[in-house]
Design a protein around this ligand. Sequence first.
Ligand SMILES: *Cc1c(COP(=O)(O)O)cnc(C)c1O
Length: 343
Amino acid sequence: MIDLRSDTVTKPTPGMREAMANAMVGDDVFGEDPTVIALEERMAALFGHEAGLYCGSGTQTNQIAINVHTRPGDEVICDEGAHVYRYEGGGMMANSGCSVKFVAGDRGRFTAAQVEGAIGNAADVHQARTRLVNIENTVNRGGGAVWELDEVERIREVCNDRGLALHMDGARIFNALAVTGEVPAAWGAVFHSISICLSKGLGAPVGSVLTGQRDFIREARRVRKRFGGGMRQAGIIAAAGLYALEHHVDRLQDDHARAKRLEKALLLMPFVDHVMPVGSNIVVFTLKTGYDAQQMLGALRERGVLAMQFGPGMVRMVTHLDVDDVGITRVIAGLEELSNLKV
Ligand SMILES: *Cc1c(COP(=O)(O)O)cnc(C)c1O
């Protein structure tokens, strides 16, 4: 099976498993796991932040960040397709008592002017206090769209003027950096906090790191415990994250080239209505009316390819380190066979 449902489906490589088996460990709730500490320090240094916090998932790092930045009743500005709103089980409302002010971005990327326009009047007691802006990079529902740093810098200026915090859901930030060639610290300089997933394109089996300034991370550590996310000999899994940073960052461009191949092929398929411009490793396309996504996914599965429904008549395919060029050739051959079917 060629599994393009997500870049989370990757299995640890033999080298990664070896690093995990050999990891030095300690009790991380006591702050004594040297491998976890090394990963947190490495990630923070990459982004030019003072400290890091290793967590079990990207949902957890995002939810902890939102909790530390806000108070109940506060309002968070994000795109209407944002992971923090759509895919985290209602977490920011349930865990932190926040409401949401949506802005409609261009494939998830909004402007400083939109942020400015979305901020409530702090002097008006009728209104929720706007407190936080969430930027997702790359944008999952935007076909892996990549933000421009210039616009984010302008958004940060608005945040500075209006007393807001700026958080990046950087689940796939290394994919974004592979596209732009920027260094992580250029992005770290603009955000109060960043959540980075190790379990997506980087291929670790589990884990995300939250980075920020020392006081922020100290409070985040308390919230992680409160949310039940304190882990003990977590160096076993953190070792996979360190290994991923060392070995799986430079290869992300291969995933992007493969996603581009899929985009080009899909544009020629008679059943495809629209392909979202491919920004990195995520391919999102819609089917022409008369074609059923579930039926199409079933027919693809029979041809050894797994993809995911992403909305009505909408399909997502994600490239990752367990799919090579031969695999993509097979996916395209499977799609071509479907062209001859009326599914
Ligand atoms: C995957 C993902 C997350 C975190 O998801 P977990 O499954 O909880 O690790 C956060 N944001 C985006 C955009 C994601 O794609």
